[in-house]
Design a protein around this ligand. Structure first.
Ligand SMILES: Cc1ncc(COP(=O)(O)O)c(C=O)c1O
Length: 395
C-alpha cells in the first residue's frame, strides 16, 4: 500500500527523543536524553493511597464516567489558588482548563491561534516539541536570541516588527534545553512588549517548583494586563508524567477556544488522574513531596556537573542551572566537535544525549548537547559522563 499522508505530517520525522527511547531499553545503557523525573521521585505510595480512597468514595462512578472537557470542577477551583504561587492572582474557574499534560496546552494554544504559514517566535534554542507542534500546524518558527538571563528583548522586538508573528512561545524557568531562567525585569518587559504589539504568549512553566538554588520569580502571566498570556503548568515533573495532568490559565474567551480544540482531541483529561492531583494540592502534600525531591535532584545535578568538569574535554563549557532537569553545554567551535555527528558513536558506547540542533529553529547548534541529570543513579551519572568524554575525545 502506498500511503498518501497529509501535507501536515508527511515531511515530519519522529521527535528524536522519542526515537532514542526505543534504543535505550538495555540495562547497561545510560541515557541522558529524556526529561524523565527520578524514579525515586515518583510518589507511588501516595498515588496508591489516593486512588484507593477515591475509588472507595462516592465519587468513584463519576471518576470512571465521562467528565467535562474543562476539567473536574474541584481541580479547576483548586488551580485558581495553586497558581498564586507563581504570582498569578484574580484567576476564576472560567480561566482554567485542565489539560492532559503541558504539551497539550502548547498544542491547543497553537491550534487556536496559528494558521498555516504564520510566523511564531520561539527562543533559540527552545523546547523541541514546541517546534514539532508548530510544524504540525505548518507554522514558521523563528528563533529569537537569548542571553544568560533569557530572551534578547531587542531581538524580540525586531522580529515582532519584521515577521508579524502570531505568538511567542517561552519557557521562563530552567528552560528546556538550556536551564536558563528569565530575569524578573525581562518577565515584566516580555508582558509589556507583547501586549504592545498584540502578540499572544504561551508561557510554558513545567519546572517552576524544581528550584535548587536562588529565589522563585513571578510568572510573566502575573504582569499580564492585556490578557495576551496563556500560562501552562503541569504536574508531570513534580508528581508523575504518567498521570498526564496540567492546566492552562487564560482569559475566559481564550479558554473557551482551547476547550473546543480539546473536545476534538481527547474529550477530557483523565478524571481519576485529575482527582489524584486534587488530593496532592488540596493540602500541603505536594509541597512536602517536592521538598523531599529537591535535595535528590540537587545532588544529581551536582554529581553530573562535577563529572563534566573532571572528565569532559577542556573545549566543553556548561553552566549549572538553578533548577529543572537539564545541563546544557557547548563545545568550543575550534574543537570541531559535532554532537549530532557523534551520536551514533555515543549509542555504540551505550550512552545517549540530545544534540543541540534538535532545539534550534534553524537547525544550528550541532556543537551543543543537552544532558538530563534527573533519571540516572549517582553511579550512572559519573559513568555516563566518562563514556561521553570518550566519545567526544575521539571527535
Ligand atoms: C518545556 C516543556 N514543556 C512541556 C513539556 C511536556 O510536559 P507534559 O508531560 O506536562 O506534557 C516538557 C517535558 O519535558 C517540557 O520540558
Amino acid at each position: 500500500m502506498e500511503y498518501i499522508f497529509s501535507d501536515r505530517l508527511k515531511e515530519l520525522s519522529g521527535n528524536s527523543i522519542r526515537e532514542i527511547f526505543k534504543l535505550v531499553s538495555s540495562s547497561d545503557f545510560i541515557s541522558f536524553a529524556g526529561g524523565l523525573p527520578a524514579t525515586e521521585c515518583l510518589p507511588i505510595k501516595l498515588v496508591e493511597r489516593f486512588s484507593a480512597e477515591l475509588l472507595g468514595s462516592d465519587r468513584a462512578a463519576a471518576l470512571l464516567q465521562y467528565g467535562a472537557t474543562e476539567g473536574n470542577p474541584q481541580l479547576r477551583r483548586l488551580m485558581t489558588q495553586y497558581v498564586k504561587r507563581a504570582g498569578i492572582k484574580g484567576v476564576r474557574m472560567e480561566n482554567v482548563l485542565i489539560i492532559s499534560g503541558g504539551q497539550q496546552g502548547i498544542d491547543l494554544a497553537m491550534k487556536a491561534f496559528v494558521n498555516e504559514g504564520d510566523a511564531i517566535l520561539v527562543e533559540n534554542p527552545t523546547y523541541l516539541a514546541s517546534l514539532h507542534i508548530a510544524k504540525t500546524y505548518r507554522a514558521n518558527p523563528i528563533g529569537v536570541n537569548s542571553f544568560e538571563d533569557g530572551i534578547d528583548l531587542d531581538d524580540l522586538e525586531r522580529k515582532i516588527k519584521e515577521y508579524r508573528p502570531k505568538l511567542l512561545y517561552i519557557v521562563p524557568n530552567f528552560q528546556n534545553p538550556t536551564g536558563k531562567t528569565l530575569s524578573l525585569e525581562k518577565r515584566r518587559k516580555v508582558a509589556e512588549i507583547t501586549a504592545r504589539y498584540g502578540l499572544m504568549v504561551i508561557e510554558d512553566d513545567p519546572y517552576r517548583e524544581l528550584r535548587y538554588s536562588g529565589q522563585p520569580l513571578p510568572a510573566i502571566k502575573s504582569f499580564d494586563e492585556a490578557g495576551n498570556v496563556i500560562y501552562v503548568t503541569s504536574f508531570s515533573k513534580v508528581i508523575s508524567p504518567g498521570l498526564r495532568v496540567g492546566a492552562a490559565i487564560a482569559q475566559e474567551k481564550v479558554i473557551y477556544k482551547l476547550t473546543i480544540g480539546k473536545q476534538a482531541e481527547d474529550v477530557h483529561t483523565n478524571s481519576l488522574a485529575q482527582a489524584i492531583v486534587e488530593k496532592f494540592i488540596s493540602d500541603d502534600t505536594l509541597d512536602k513531596w517536592i521538598e523531599s525531591c529537591v535535595p535528590v535532584y540537587r545532588a544529581k545535578r551536582d554529581i553530573m556537573a562535577r563529572a563534566l568538569k573532571e572528565y569532559m574535554p577542556k573545549s566543553f563549557k556548561f553552566s549549572v542551572p538553578e533548577g529543572g532537569l537539564f545541563i546544557w553545554g557547548q563545545f568550543d567551535k575550534r574543537s570541531g566537535i559535532d554532537a549530532a555527528g557523534s551520536f551514533r558513536r555515543a549509542i555504540e558506547n551505550k550512552v545517549a544525549y540530545v544534540s543541540g540542533n534538535d532545539f534550534f529553529s534553524d537547525g544550528s547548534g550541532r556543537d551543543c548537547v543537552r544532558l538530563n541529570f534527573s533519571n540516572a543513579s549517582h553511579e550512572k551519572l559519573a559513568e555516563g559522563v566518562k563514556r561521553l568524554a570518550q566519545v567526544f575525545s575521539q571527535k
